[in-house]
Design a protein around this ligand. Sequence first.
Ligand code: F6R
Length: 607
Amino acid sequence: MCGIVGIIGNEEAAPLIVEALKRLEYRGYDSAGIATLHDGQIDRRRAPGKLRNLGALLGKDPLPGVIGIGHTRWATHGAPTENNAHPHASDSVAVVHNGIIENFRELRDELTAKGHVFATETDTEVTVHLVTENLRRGMDPVAAAQAAVKRFDGAFALVIMFRGDEDLLIGTRRGSPLAVGYGDGEMYFGSDAFALAPFTNRVTYLEEGDLAVLRRSGATIFDVKDNRVERPIVLTQAGAALVDKGNHRHFMAKEIYEQPEVLGHTVHAYVNGVTESVALPKSSIDWSAVTKLTMVACGTSSIATNIAQYWFEQLAQLPSGTDIASEFRYRDTVLIPGGVSLFVSQSGETADTLAALKHARAAGQKIASVVNVAESSMARESDAVYPTHAGPEIGVASTKAFVCQLGVLASLAIAAGRARGVLPRDAEIRLTRRLLEMPRLIGEALKQEEIIASIAQEIAKARDVLFMGRGLSYPIAMEGALKLKEISYIHAEGYAAGELKHGPIALIDENVPVIVIAPHDALFEKTISNMQEVMARGGKVLLISDKRGHELAGDNVWMRIEIPECDPVFAPLVSAVPVQLLAYYTALAKGTDVDQPRNLAKSVTVE
Ligand code: F6R
């Protein structure tokens, strides 16, 4: 899962490629590299680590040439070293690759037997040697690429540059996205339109199995059967400006603070404050007739679906289930006729979620998606798209996209309840009013920043942390643990409060802080009983609750964070804020790389 770029231009390509790679660093930042042709020969610069390392290298040792390819890597096969960094090259071709060539061992053995010498531990290198082998056997570049691609199993997007031809790049995709950009006498490849936005807003999204041959004069596209095809050129809305951090130290902090605003935009796109009703974008999905809702996502987006399941059951009495995308399609999930499968994703590109979407479509389900990137693959492949309006989310840890997903999912549940005739009009009025209040209440929750920052100093000393909650607060416990793990590297787990006594309570001692999320709702007393069980065993409790909850919970808790009182149905939107801030300040206390934590990438485009 990586970002790839190709440019056939008229000015120095390397600085332009670096610009585009900056916009693709969300796809991985383990290493970066560029190859260009000058005097017809392939030359490369590669550096491990963040893109700035490559920038520094190019500053010392520039790379001339008006045609080039670039890559930012999230390592799959082979450590993130300079040697394993893309582009990979032979004396005749250079290749950048996003995805995994699953049958690389078999191909490597075959090519090794033919005398090819492999220099890296990557799966990608077989692409270089196979195209080179085909060229040696007398094929022209297009035939060599087409023949090679047919041998690959797995998901990939590839861009190939050929020695001696400064007017040719070949790109192909299967499973991983690739876009073609049209300039004025210049042509581009990019993993997404956002990467190409500084150069052009005219793009073609290649379809599954397409292979595009780029020359300065334009693109020739072949489909999976090598037939010439026309693909539409669309005007992308992707903005050319790179988002900055404003007055914040990190994108994550900026994004946490943007939540009242972007949730406001999102909710207002669905809820009409005048009629106090929810209106969904027109689509072929009739929510009154849905037999079952299957929600599928990964990571934080999946936690949003866990919360939504409560809403769809409670507000719409709609049989609902949630699944982790990487598991969903490998089980014999029963997808019943008339069912809708709903995919939730910030990026709209997550490989597991996208594959699950295709699986559900093949099983005859209607496909709906909640995505933040309007032009993403998931949006393009859905019968109904329900966008979040969070704006670009740059911090690897998802915050504002999550809260906006909740805003959309809550709106959907209300609309489904209404359509199914189970949510009375007065309930819709009450719920829409309350939902419209949530941006303000999130603003209130953000005011606890100072106290959370000081609590984080204590949490930072822990090696393990447990989060617990019941009902709608259980997924927030999981989200708190996920956020803390990914950016502070402290081991954390989120549990259903009632489940602790079935095993995890054995972990409790004075060194394991237990963070209890318990707004004053119908399950409050039960959660507090579970909290008492923890304290009775010497556990130190940080209680996140509202004013009433804190009054009722007693005095013995270790520390407290207060959240504003709100309708219990929407409490997850406010309880998300303290767990995000706690993870953020704990990471600051530990000095980790908040926006680009180790081993992660913003968009996970490999299975
Ligand atoms: C965690 C996080 C990830 C993503 C997950 C899905 O903070 O950001 O767990 O939520 O990788 O990504 P999307 O939503 O783009 O499908």
